[in-house]
Write a protein that binds this ligand. Structure first.
Ligand code: SF4
Ligand code: SF4
Length: 203
């Protein structure tokens, strides 16, 4: 019985397959094969392809990198001085210089997890899917717009400021210690005299 059933299944599935092929052949304007790259299928708005970071709005908080399960986002940053702090998206402060913001798209698995925690929504998945390269290192996209000269300049400013603050702190501490040493010491109160021992009563 199983033998005839197998023959029946084989013949019927072949006929169903051929029927589908015949139907597709006579369908007008139906996309079966497209002539890529001259033609392409529209990408849905919800598609997740190559990442982009609008670095002007990136505050360097590292939350995207922390959320990435495969560690393909590399961020290096350092503190901005108060004079350089900027506000983005009305509430977020840019307190860091982002000297490096690299995304290695050859590691990315397009999960989109990095886009969710971003407080300024500056990291997004675009519709760009065609970015083949010959050298996989070219899949590392660099978003920082700081030049080496600018990085060196801002780091030097920060170092000078830190040194200045440390010197001020040391001076303040030394002054406090000197004042404490010069202040008159309170006299130690004399210890109360021990009560005289009672003579044992005679008789
Ligand atoms: S999409 Fe996923 S894998 Fe790609 S960078 Fe974002 S978190 Fe990492
Ligand atoms: S989460 Fe957003 S703001 Fe924070 S470092 Fe990543 S891209 Fe920049």
């Amino acid at each position: 019985m199983g033998y005839f059933k197998d023959i029946y299944n084989g013949i019927s599935s072949t006929l169903i397959g051929m029927g589908l092929t015949a139907r597709e052949m006579v369908q007008p304007n139906h996309i079966v094969t497209i002539q890529y790259p001259k033609e392409s299928i529209p990408v849905p708005d919800t598609g997740r392809y190559r990442l982009h970071n609008n670095i002007d709005e990136c505050i360097g908080c590292n939350q995207c990198a922390n959320a990435c399960p495969v560690s393909c986002i590399e961020i290096t940053s350092f503190k901005r001085l108060d004079k350089d702090v900027e506000t983005v998206k009305e509430t977020q402060k840019k307190r860091l210089w982002v000297e490096q913001f690299d995304i290695d798209m050859s590691k990315c698995m397009f999960c989109g997890l990095c886009t969710w925690p971003c407080p300024t929504e500056c990291i997004t998945m675009t519709k760009v899917y065609d970015y083949s390269v010959f050298d996989f290192r070219d899949h590392i996209y660099k978003f920082s717009d700081m030049t080496p000269v600018q990085i060196a300049e801002k780091k030097a400013e920060l170092e000078a400021y830190t040194a200045e603050q440390a010197a001020l702190k040391a001076t303040a501490a030394a002054k406090k210690a000197a004042e404490a040493a010069a202040a008159p010491k309170p006299e130690t109160p004399a210890a109360p005299a021990a009560p005289a021992a009672e003579k044992p009563s005679e008789g």
